[in-house]
Design a protein around this ligand. Structure first.
Ligand code: TLP
Length: 344
């Protein structure tokens, strides 16, 4: 039950490393990764590339850095990238596209993360460079954080990918939680990643490693990414210590994500029966549960919850997010539902 008595639903990033990870970290064989001779990092990168069905992969400190590097190379200064309007890249990465890539992110509406083809067509620009930055890439997010862990259908991904082939532009997938999407759809992650040129995924979320993400793509792209990572300050040295936990994450922690999805559903069903809360449990597909408070303010709700030993995250003026993960069990879910009923 929880960690030290606290049921922490704020994010799956809060997961503590497993015993097996700590042991692997202790025993990790290391080198200097900036000189590219840390054997454990190289092993993790090879595994990541294989799981994504890509030629190569690069270990980066965070998902944000992985996305930033990808767009720095694929888009670049003075160009445009099409993004979903509620995407993490557009909303929660401190303005990275503007500040670091030097590009214009064009936010587009979607159906829970899936951008209709006609919207993509309408917003694609080429030529007339004096006034309009030409479109160089499309970025999608799967699962979609803001849309409550929504899974993009393979059909919509394929359509978007085909669109980018026709236009000759790059498709980057923010697959921070791609393994949740894969488990929910009963496919391998590479069946999703195949509809992208580059894909970023995190090992520090539901997979429970302490730190890190991977950027996977064509070999030449990843070679450029090594240099961009370095100038962003992301060159790490004996980082095999962290990569060792990542290898455990990718080999041992993927299948158990199904448990988090089942608990998320249970939580959502419980919440839907509480007056003052608006949620459609049918929309909960993975490990993220987002609901609307209709009778009280978010800060007061979170404060009340905290007093009961339950942590959640405000996600906008009336929305609250609760994320299921390895360190949350059935008792935590029951405890949270009891606490929420009392508070609301
Ligand atoms: N998301 C975090 C917060 O930033 C909101 C969370 O708790 O969910 N893409 C997606 C879809 C993400 O959800 C996140 C992290 C990232 C990228 C960035 O990863 P990090 O935090 O490693 O930079």
């Amino acid at each position: 039950m929880g960690y030290r008595g606290i049921s922490d639903f704020r994010s799956d990033t809060v997961t503590r490393p497993t015993e097996e990870m700590r042991k692997a970290m202790y025993e990790a064989e290391v080198g200097d990764d900036v000189m590219r001779d840390d054997p454990t990092v190289l092993r993790l990168e090879e595994l990541a590339a294989e799981l994504m069905g890509k030629e190569a992969a690069l270990f980066v400190p965070s998902g944000t850095m992985g996305n930033t590097i990808a767009l720095k190379i694929a888009v670049g200064e003075g160009y445009e990238v099409l993004v979903e309007e509620k995407s993490h890249i557009y909303n929660f990465e401190s303005g990275n596209v503007a500040r670091i890539v030097g590009a214009l992110p064009r936010p587009l509406p979607s159906n829970r993360g899936e951008i209709p083809l006609e919207v993509l067509e309408e917003n694609f620009h080429i030529g007339e460079r004096v006034h309009v930055p030409p479109t160089r890439a499309l970025a999608l997010e799967d699962t979609h954080n803001y849309w409550g862990g929504a899974v993009l259908s393979l059909d919509s991904l394929e359509k978007a990918y085909r669109f980018t082939r026709e236009k000759g532009i790059h498709l980057h997938l923010d697959g921070a939680r791609i393994f949740n999407a894969a488990i929910a759809q009963g496919v391998e992650a590479k069946e999703i990643a195949r509809y992208s040129d580059t894909v970023m995924f995190c090992i520090s979320k539901g997979l429970s490693a302490p730190v890190g993400s991977l950027l996977a793509g064509p070999k030449e792209f990843i070679e450029q990414a090594i240099s961009v990572r370095k100038y962003l300050g992301g060159g790490m040295r004996q980082v095999g210590i962290l990569a060792a936990a990542g290898i455990v994450a990718l080999t041992k922690m993927v299948d158990r994500l199904a448990e988090d999805h089942a608990r998320a559903k249970k939580l959502a069903q419980g919440l839907s029966g509480i007056k003052g809360i608006e949620i459609n449990p049918d929309e909960v597909q993975t490990n993220i549960v987002i609901f609307k408070l209709t009778s009280m303010e978010v800060p007061r709700f979170l404060e009340g919850l905290k007093k009961e030993g339950v942590l959640a995250l405000g996600f906008g003026p009336s929305r609250v997010r609760m994320v299921l993960h390895k360190d949350i069990d059935d008792q935590d879910v029951e405890k949270a539902l009891r606490a929420i009923s009392r508070i609301v």
